[in-house]
Design a protein around this ligand. Structure first.
Ligand code: SF4
Length: 506
């Protein structure tokens, strides 16, 4: 939809278009001289004393007028945050009034909804009051609020992170083929020489990071080897990475390898991982329908998924996660339920249910006519929540992305004792993360997540290989609080979408 936006608040335009996006798919913003659009949004505001009134008027395909008031207080950062929330809420109110729709997450467009609830609780609010504030501020549905409360309750029962404990991430951004919905930097694994050069650089960065950790007295509570698909490496290269990672893994309570694509898993690689102390792996079906797998460019079958799962059990893995995606092209609710039932019948310790997100950088746009409607995807997500609860799983983390079908979310479910610590520490900004590999993002977390410095590695694999020493230096700089590549703290609510796969793990 072509949208014109007239607002005295240019700094908020991006966030306001995110709100329009909740109601009108495929929003295209018109320039100042290009209007009128199919939808015209006019925002005005007035301040009287300590109160600010914001008014949103819609014309075009939707017509409505909505206003709200906000008290002005606090320091500059807080005032800006409250201002932005107010304007987003007013726009959400106008669009909701005009369309009759109530997107389940309300005007909350950030990706870490639990973080806001946790922040309010850390400020001294009991959970119920913090939840009521969250619902009042963002108009999120009762169902999503109860999900958040359950997740926080699960997280609160987990062991606390020690003062010198961090999380480590090792990225292998290669896959056997590219899934059509993929928006990550992952490359199709080509020549063995490319992989070998990458592994050489990566092991150098891992060893350097281990030295940095020793220097600062840090230990890893969790180590996550993600991708891409780490098991795309042959046994020799996988062994090199795991050997280099040994000092990082010493004392870690959780070591995960995202085996991911079942067609890359072999008994030899499973043995190697077990011997290296890996306790948790992901074997990801995404769907249990071969026709869909072919349509989305995943070159494996459901039979291979089941075989890889049993091989992992035989190799001794006691914590296996399996991923499913709700909203894949050509799938309806019955097909999703079938996949869910088949996966749960295997009894993995974790099931992560993603909602398909159609990013511009993916190939999925071409298949948009085959995508199920948002209502159908919402039913899939609800069924997953109900069925997982009946089977003894509990939700332990949630995150959202832009352009998700039905404006929904991704949820990790696990049976008690198997929640992935890395996912929680990463998503809730609990832990400092030292991340290795192309496109990996290190971050230093201070003051309970209220201050965060970031140091990204370059995304391009060839640049990474040639500049690996510089990537290591960026990590050193992170501990000095200075240096190239170190970023300013982000507001948890408005965290920029700079996702690397490391933060979208399973
Ligand atoms: S979605 Fe995952 S498995 Fe598929 S190509 Fe992207 S990184 Fe690889």
């Amino acid at each position: 939809m072509r949208v014109s936006l007239s607002s005295p608040l240019p700094g908020f335009h991006k966030e306001l278009l995110d709100i329009v996006d909740l109601f009108c798919p495929r929003v295209e913003r018109l320039g100042p001289d290009e209007g009128p659009g199919e939808l015209d949004v006019l925002i005005t505001q007035q301040t009287q004393g300590t109160m600010r009134r914001c008014c949103v008027r819609l014309s075009g395909s939707l017509t409505s007028e909505f206003s709200n008031e906000q008290e002005i207080y606090g320091d500059a950062l807080l005032m800006r945050r409250l201002h932005k929330r107010q304007v987003k809420r007013a726009l959400f109110g106008a669009l909701s009034q005009a369309s009759g729709l109530r997107p389940p997450w309300g005007s909350l467009t950030g990706i870490r909804p639990t973080r806001l609830l946790l922040d309010a609780m850390q400020a001294g609010q009991p959970m119920d009051r913090a939840a009521a504030w969250l619902q009042d501020t963002f108009q999120i549905s009762d169902e999503k609020l109860s999900l958040l409360k359950e997740i926080i309750a699960v997280q609160q029962r987990l062991p606390e992170l020690g003062p010198q404990q961090i999380a480590c991430y090792i990225g292998i951004p290669f896959c056997v083929s590219r899934c059509r919905y993929c928006s990550f930097i992952s490359r199709v694994a080509g020549k063995r020489t490319d992989l070998a050069a990458y592994v050489h650089a990566l092991t150098k960065e891992i060893k350097g990071t281990a030295r940095l950790m020793a220097q600062h007295g840090l230990t890893a509570r969790s180590v996550y080897v993600g991708g891409g698909t780490p098991t795309v490496l042959d046994e020799e290269m996988l062994a090199q990475v795991l050997e280099a990672a040994k000092p990082l893994c010493e004392g870690a309570s959780e070591i995960t390898v995202e085996a991911g694509r079942p067609d890359t898993i072999t008994p030899g690689k499973l043995r190697l991982m077990r011997d290296a102390g890996v306790g948790r792996i992901s074997v990801n079906p995404q769907t249990m329908h071969d026709r869909t797998l072919e349509a989305v460019g995943r070159r494996h079958t459901t039979a291979q998924t089941v075989e890889a799962y049993h091989q992992a059990r035989e190799a001794g893995f006691a914590s296996i996660n399996m991923d499913l995606i709700a909203g894949l092209p050509g799938e309806n609710i019955e097909m999703f339920e079938h996949s869910l039932a088949r996966v749960m019948a295997l009894r993995p310790e974790g099931v992560t249910v993603h909602t398909l997100s159609v990013k511009r950088s993916s190939d999925m746009h071409r298949y948009k006519d085959a995508l199920p409607e948002g209502d159908a995807v919402a039913r899939m997500v609800t069924v997953a929540r109900e069925q997982s609860a009946l089977a003894g799983y509990r939700p332990y983390y949630v995150y959202r992305q832009k352009h998700m079908a039905g404006n929904l979310e991704n949820i990790g479910y696990a049976i008690p004792g198997h929640a992935c610590l890395y996912n929680i520490d990463m998503m809730e900004d609990h832990a400092t993360v030292l991340a290795m590999g192309a496109g990996a993002m290190s971050k230093r977390v201070y003051a309970d997540g209220r201050r965060i410095l970031r140091a990204p590695n370059v995304k391009d694999v060839d640049h990474y290989i040639s500049r690996v020493d510089e990537m290591l230096k960026r990590k050193h700089d992170l501990f000095l609080g200075i240096g190239k590549g170190v970023r300013a703290p982000a507001d948890a609510e408005d965290f920029p979408e700079e996702w690397s796969k490391q933060e979208l793990t399973n």
